[in-house]
Design a protein around this ligand. Structure first.
Ligand SMILES: Cc1ncc(COP(=O)(O)O)c(C=O)c1O
Length: 410
């Protein structure tokens, strides 16, 4: 860089780049990648997409290659509106839905809208690290609230709100098959959260990226379903159930906030890619999306099971995990003495990657957890990659621990 140029102070907030690394590594030939949160590319319905593109070009070529309104292509918004109603009982009006360039843009715009330097954002720990980066770059302080098998810890939430009061400007949560843990909030916890939080004038960003990837249970009602005050901003995406390459996602709000988001969207990029929106709408109108989601869920359930069986077969005692009922991730707690910072380079040397759990805590406080993506690799690679990880973990476990610990699988 030219020595006279200075970065903005915001760049100090982005010291990590673990997500960037996972994205950069993802195309490396021969790599067994359990790191990036990608759907499996072979599930992308390329032929149907090609047919949609041809139809769009034939029937709407000129409109599809033009600018679009900042709120998005009306037909696509209508289709999303109907899906949200049918699947989740959500009742958003057309003007309460904006198409965004990935749900990552919804996170970025939310930070732009609500955060000033030194404001406080509350979030579940661990949490999606792309959200942490998107919120942190606006120089907010990230304060974590522990979560358990059933969702965010309500006592801790109450205690933290009492402590920080009106410095808290945003709450970020992801109640369905969360990234990174794969856990979902129980119905009771959803109700308790909404009852409690409606007493505070704080916007809540509900990230529903994985809500449709449910393996063997009906999708849960979102927080937005219970929200009476218009406090929930709901963001969803086609990235995980269809393909991330189109970058089609949505942001919904029942309040006047949507006008502000629209201004920000217009400022950020004028509109999302028009042809991608036409293509997505055509695909939805000519194909059975629910059938597609069922098929990929069956594949991911299978891959989850292959991974779990291999972990049970190869990993040493003292490893704990919860079986995810949806989403893309398995979250593992390794024996305490394993430092995943040291484990990762050893794994990369053997052509296997994973995400260190520490990356999902802004203070990197826990060193012995890892996130494994199970959607992206074929059976043979899952088995081989897990076996390599198991060997490395065994080498790292001190002999006394190996002798005494028992496998504890939740
Ligand atoms: C929880 C969560 N939210 C949002 C995103 C961003 O997805 P996209 O921008 O592709 O919609 C991701 C991607 O991994 C995610 O895991």
């Amino acid at each position: 860089m030219c020595p006279a140029m200075k970065y903005s102070s915001r760049m100090n907030a982005l010291e990590e780049g673990a997500l960037l690394k996972a994205f950069q590594d993802s195309g490396r030939p021969g790599l067994i990648s359990f790191s990036a949160g990608f759907p499996s590319t072979e599930t992308y319905p390329v032929e149907e997409i090609e047919r949609s593109l041809q139809r769009v070009m034939r029937n709407h070529g000129h409109e599809a290659m033009s600018y679009c309104s900042s709120s998005g292509y009306d037909e696509l918004r209508r289709l999303i509106q109907n899906r949200l109603h049918q699947k989740f009982g959500l009742n958003y009006g057309l003007n309460e839905i904006i198409i965004t360039n990935g749900s990552q843009q919804g996170l970025d715009m939310s930070a732009m809208l609500f955060l000033n330097p030194d404001d406080i954002v509350l979030f579940e720990a661990p949490t999606y690290l792309g959200a942490v980066s998107a919120l942190k770059i606006y120089q907010a302080n990230m304060v974590s609230i522990p979560s358990d098998e059933n969702g965010i810890n309500m006592q801790e939430l109450a205690r933290t709100l009492a402590k920080y009061g009106n410095r808290v400007k945003l709450i970020y949560v992801s109640p369905d098959y969360q990234n990174p843990t794969g856990r979902s909030w129980a119905l009771d916890r959803r109700r308790q959260f909404i009852d409690f939080i409606s007493d505070y004038p704080i916007p809540v960003l509900e990230d529903a990226a994985y809500s449709e990837l449910s393996f063997d249970e009906a999708p849960q009602k979102p927080l937005a379903y219970f929200d009476q005050s218009g406090q929930i901003i709901y963001i969803g995406t086609f990235s995980k159930v269809f393909c991330p390459g189109l970058r089609i996602a949505w942001l919904c709000s029942k309040s006047e906030l949507i006008e502000k988001y629209l201004l920000l969207k217009n400022t950020a990029d004028l509109s999302s890619c028009t042809v991608a929106q036409y293509l997505m709408a055509d695909y939805l109108n000519h194909n059975d999306m629910e059938d597609h989601i069922k098929r990929i869920s069956t594949l991911y359930t299978h891959r989850r099971d292959v991974m779990v069986a291999q972990i049970n077969r190869c990993f040493p005692g003292g490893v704990r995990f919860t079986l995810p009922k949806g989403g893309l991730y398995l979250w593992l707690e390794l024996p305490e003495n394993i430092d995943t910072d040291r484990l990762l380079p050893l794994a990369i040397e053997r052509n296997v990657t994973f995400m260190e759990g520490a990356a999902f805590y802004p203070d990197r406080s826990k060193r012995n957890e890892i996130r494994l993506n199970f959607s992206n690799m074929k059976d043979a690679d899952i088995k081989k990659g897990i076996e390599i990880l198991a060997q490395l973990i065994r080498q790292s476990v001190s002999p006394p621990e190996r002798a005494t610990s028992s496998v504890n699988r939740r």
